[in-house]
Structures are given as C-alpha cells and as structure tokens.
Write a protein that binds this ligand. Structure first.
Ligand code: HEM
Length: 400
C-alpha cells in the first residue's frame, strides 16, 4: 500500500491491484479492516443495506484524538456521503433530479462555450510556447467554470474553490497524515467561510438558480432557519467539492489514456459520434476515485471472512473496474465494452453528478479531437501521491 501511495505507484496502480487480487477478493488490511477487490463484492457492498457509510455516530464511537474527530472529517460526516438512511434519503430527495434531461440540455450550450474558450487558451499557449499544461489550462478549469455557471458563482472564485476542494479532499484519503489532516481542517474552515455568506446572500436575493431553489425547498420543510442553513451548507459545499477534482482527473486522464492508444484516437477522429463510449471506457480503465469505504452495520460474513459490526471495508472501485471476472481482458482499453463499471459508485450514494461529468467530458473530447488533430502528450504526467482520489498535477502536451 505504501507503494500505491507513491507517485510511481500512482503512475500504474493496476499492477499492484493485480498482485493484491492474487491474494483473494477480500484482503485483510494491516491497519485494520479489509480491502475488497472484485467487482461482485464491491457492487454488493455498495448496494446492500447491511453496509453503511461512516456517519457521525460511527465516527463518535471511534473515540477522540483520531482522524475521525478532525473538523474536516466531521464536516464530511454531515454531508451526503457521510449520511445514512433515513436522513440521507430525505436530504437527497430535496435536491430533486439535479441533472435531468432538461437541465443537461440547457447546460450543453454553456459547457460547449466553456470548452471552446479553454481550448482557445490552450491553442494560444501552444502557439507561443509550443507546449502547454493541459491539466492546469483545461482539465482543472473546465469543471470549475461549469459548476460556477450552474450555481452562479463568480469566475474570480475559481482558484479559491479549487484550492479548498483540494485541501478538503485530503480528509478522504485512505490514511491521511497529520499534515494532510491539518490542510483539510484549514480547507474546511475556508469552505464554511465561503458558503455561509453565499447562502445568506441567495436567501436575501433569490434568483432562478439551483441554490435559490434548494433554499425555497428547505424553508418549506424546516421551520428553524439556522438548521435549514446548516443542511444547505453541507449539501452545496459537498456538491462543489465532489464535482471539481473528480471531473478534472477524468478530463486529463482522457487525454493521457488516448495518447497511449493512438489507434483508438485516430479511429475516434473519423467516428466522433463514438466519443461517449470512449469517455465511458476511460472512466472504467482509469477512474478518478479509486476507493470508498463502508462499515458493517451487523456481524456478517463476506467472501469467507467474519466481519464484526463497525468494522471497515475499503471498496476498491478501480480494482473492481479491472476485475477479469467482470471485464474480460481488463488491461485492454476497448471502447466497445458494454459491462457496467463502478467509477461513479453504486447503490444509494451513486454519484449525483455522473451525467454532468459525462457531458463535460464528451463536449471537451469532441472539440479537442476536431481542433487539435496532431496533439500529443510531450512528457508523461505527474500524479499526486494519493490512493483514494487520483490527481494529475501536470500533463504537458504539444503539437507534432
Ligand atoms: C468524473 C467525475 C466524477 C466521479 C468519478 C465521481 C465519483 C463519485 C463516486 C464514486 C461517488 C460515490 C461515493 C461513495 O459511494 O462513497 C460519488 C458521489 C457523489 N458525487 Fe460524484 N463523481 C464525479 C463527478 C461529480 C459531479 C460533477 C458532481 C456534482 C455536480 C458530483 C457529486 C456527487 C455527490 C453529491 C455525491 C454523493 C452522493 C451521495 O452520497 O448520495 N460528482 N461520486
């Protein structure tokens, strides 16, 4: 696992997952808990009511002075991903079908404009410097610009939101270090400082945006305004942080993976209608989130292991996406696949923003292959040394 956390391990974690899988579909972790490596078991745990996310009660049972009572961690436990039914069901319902066909249809134009503007910037950098960092110029900017358009947030806030997301994400790492937790706590405070006045301001001057709509919904449900605002804070804050780095990683991964498969890329140029399939296969082949965690709600048996109530299992999403029992020849990048994958999770916590992420990736890749027929990666990318959330810090490209 320490190899996985290194930058080298991140450049190819899949060979490490293969070695882990050779030890079984369930592997006890040296720090406690278990790693789940098969698609079948990961899918089962995500969908089963016998498994819960580690909510505030579970975290409190772990005692003080642990990573679980860090402010950033407590904040996550009150956000959608840290809630269990019935509170989770109720809160998720209040959001409505966030990315229904009408919303996606309305977003397509703005998302296309955002992609074109960022690709103009990329073209300009390639013209002047002959090389450009796709990750920072396009990959990280596009999700920030998209979510800001949707929530009506100013462009001047993009850098702050990206930095806060990055910091808070560290609390979700597999075994965060003290300094990572300190960064996460600082970011949690920053998120509070950013979103609290935003909610008050939208309450004062509501618009036709989605946040104003959620405020109206919560004002009808919850008579105590302070309670409503606290829930709204966790909902909107988590949606923003859940949308940024994940989608950025997908967008940059797309360029890197296709660069590694020039025959597929060249076929795609003459079959642009197949771009959504390519996006789907990138999500399977190299998903942005590599693991999520669940706890047992009762004593149970999983893959032959007796697991006690409150014990943790790490659902290895990326390993499941390379399980040969579910994905034949998993190391082959094949855009004609039709099997389901776990890049967006499964069950009641299934990603709310999957459709938006797919839209951004499809729009961007379609424009990219049309506008930059000779684009190539000039230097292999650099990954941040993390395990749960993958992140390319740089992806230099050039034109041949
Ligand atoms: C490629 C981009 C993305 C990936 C790979 C991704 C992946 C995931 C995964 C794996 C989960 C489930 C986590 C778990 O079960 O513990 C999840 C949940 C979630 N995602 Fe995404 N996500 C992406 C983009 C987005 C976007 C664009 C948004 C919002 C606009 C978003 C909002 C959320 C939210 C709010 C949840 C929590 C849902 C719940 O707990 O009920 N995600 N995402």
């Amino acid at each position: 696992m320490s190899r996985l956390r290194s930058s080298r391990g991140q450049s190819n974690p899949y060979s490490i997952y293969t070695k882990l899988r050779a030890m079984g579909d369930v592997v006890p972790a040296p720090w406690g808990g278990y790693l789940l490596l098969s698609h079948e078991l990961c899918d089962h745990v995500l969908r089963s009511r016998k498994w819960a996310t580690f909510d505030a009660e579970w975290r409190a049972r772990q005692g003080g002075g642990t990573r679980w009572d860090a402010p950033a961690s407590i904040m996550l436990s009150q956000s959608l991903q840290g809630l269990n039914p019935p509170v989770h069901t109720m809160q998720r319902r209040t959001l409505g079908n966030v990315f229904d066909n009408a919303t996606l249809g309305a977003l397509r134009g703005p998302v296309t404009r955002i992609a074109e503007t960022l690709l103009d910037r990329l073209a300009e950098q390639l013209r002047t410097a002959k090389e450009a960092d796709f990750a920072t110029t396009v990959g990280e900017e596009m999700p920030a610009a998209t979510i800001s358009h949707w929530l009506r947030l100013p462009e001047s806030d993009h850098d702050l939101l990206k930095a806060l997301t990055h910091g808070q994400g560290l609390a979700q790492e597999l075994l965060p270090s003290k300094s990572q937790l300190a960064q996460a706590n600082e970011a949690a405070e920053g998120l509070r400082t950013y979103f609290t006045p935003l909610i008050s301001e939208r309450r004062r001057t509501p618009g036709d945006d989605v946040l104003s709509r959620w405020i109206r919904v919560w004002d009808e449900i919850e008579p105590d305004r302070a309670v409503a605002d606290e829930i709204l804070f966790h909902l909107v804050m988590f949606i923003v942080i859940a949308s940024l780095e994940t989608t950025s990683t997908l967008l940059s991964n797309m360029v890197w993976v296709l660069d590694q498969h020039p025959a597929v890329l060249s076929w795609l140029r003459s079959h642009p209608e197949q771009v959504p399939r390519a996006v789907e296969e990138v999500l399977r082949y190299d998903p942005p989130i590599h693991l999520t965690t669940r706890v047992a709600t009762e004593d149970t048996v999983l893959g032959g292991f007796h697991i006690s109530r409150d014990e943790v299992v790490h659902v290895m999403l990326a390993a499941a996406n390379h399980d040969p029992a579910h994905h034949p020849s998993p190391e082959t990048f094949d855009i004609q696949r039709t099997e389901s994958h776990l890049a967006f999770g499964g069950g009641i916590h299934y990603c709310i923003g999957a459709a938006l992420a797919r839209l951004e990736a499809t729009v961007l890749l379609t424009s990219l292959i049309r506008r930059f027929p000779t684009l190539r990666v000039s230097v292999p990318p650099v990954w941040e040394p993390r395990v749960a959330f993958r992140r390319l810090t740089a992806l230099y490209v050039t034109e041949r």
